[in-house]
Design a protein around this ligand. Sequence first.
Ligand code: HEC
Length: 485
Amino acid sequence: MMLSRTTWKSRSPTSLRSSGRRLASLGMTIVVGLAAPAGAQNSATAKQQAAVASAPAADAPVTFTKNVAPILQQKCQVCHQPNSIAPMSLLTYQDTKDYADEIREYVSNRVMPPWHIDRTVGIHDFKNDRGLSDEQIATLVRWIDTGMPEGRREDMPPPVKFPDPNQWQFAKTLGEPDLVLKSPPYTMAAHTQDKWFRPETETGLTEARWVRAIEIRPIGPDGRKIVHHVLTMLEQKEDMGIMNLASSAHDAQMTPGLFMEWSIGKTGELYGADAGKLMLPGSKIRWEVHMFAVGREVPNQQVEMAIYFYPKGVVPKHRTVLRMFDVSRGSELDIPPNSTAMTQNFYVMPAAARIENFQPHMHMRGKAMSMEAVYPDGKREVLSSVNNFQWKWHVNYVYSEDAAPLLPKGTMLVFTAWHDNTAANPNNPDPNQWVGWGDRTVDEMAHAWVDVTYLDQTEFDSLVEARKAKKAAPKADARVTPSPK
Ligand code: HEC
């Protein structure tokens, strides 16, 4: 049932669309987890970045070597290279030319690269932005529409060295993980309903440690084919003394609870420089691994989780809590055949907080989700909106340090989710089915995974002040170094 690379290649764009639907209805999934877009950006040289920034003049010819290759290197090749997760390589002129029609379609619809946020509203400053600018899309489309000239050989940038997909992606910046835990093996039958495997693993910790970053991945190519999501729950005994160690905020959700969520398309979570999660001696991890059958038995599958600690004795100022904001209100989700549906939910922040990221979770009929803030003074603002949701890509949009929303106590977060159960949704396996809430990917759900860092009032005030000052300050750098544009 697996499609070989040649099969992928020989398809026309129209049959590809329907094959995408077929794949989905077979419960197959094509994967990510090692994405490392940041790695790609890091490895792109300054010269390449500059080449990307200097788009061709309106009448200059767009060539592969000069204008297209730098974009592919920076935004595509981390996944589109032999032995990586994408179905085809985009390393060479010939590779790329063979897929011109599909590239034109996928980039103009902003399906590829997987970065599905609405760029016209909300915050645009993310740590892990792998999207294309309008200018980059225009360059790719113009190259295809003008006959795909190769250009001069000497314009071709040197090949980019990408991180090894079998290595932990944060290891490059943080060093090797301090603790790696594996779920017990599970054998997935060839044909069966989706499975939720919920074993427990001892962490083996003998002292309290603060967590700087967490990464989760299914092991091996088979694991990446069958695993849709992984939840890890941290189980440990806490007394209020420890709870108050890093935050003065009181909130029912301040229990250790969810440790990390991973879905197809995500690498891991790296907490702010002043924040982390706390693990105690004797703690356990409870896993929930959601898998689909792929038409052949997949024996002894495991997922693994890498934990990066702060150095011993370092206590970050804040304790980060991963919150699940339910949007669909569970059983209220009711999507008749051939229709669209909207659900909404509201949360009042029990303390001042910094919102670190936005990661919508829906299934095949998921279309869009937004996160808005209604401030205590009544002012209302869209923080982020994913308007082109693709269920195979659970992208975590991580705000940059200077852009992460700072919400005063009493701010209301409004989450809105839209589902499309019509034939217009290319991911819909069957628009004639009624769809309700459920765990299977053909059922629906809607929630957002958001890391919340609670702040005490003094800290909040000083962060707000610092940001104001930064905005007001003249950009000293800009005078010295001319911007690349
Ligand atoms: C994070 C990894 C990743 C990045 C970055 C990425 N892709 Fe992809 N791409 C994939 C995977 C996996 C698939 C197959 C599954 C899917 O369609 O979602 C794919 C599918 C595609 C397809 C459809 C292939 C087919 O057989 O029809 C096109 C076209 C494409 N990508 C183009 C691009 C371009 C152009 C870029 C950069 C501008 C890019 N992708 C960036 C992972 C990626």
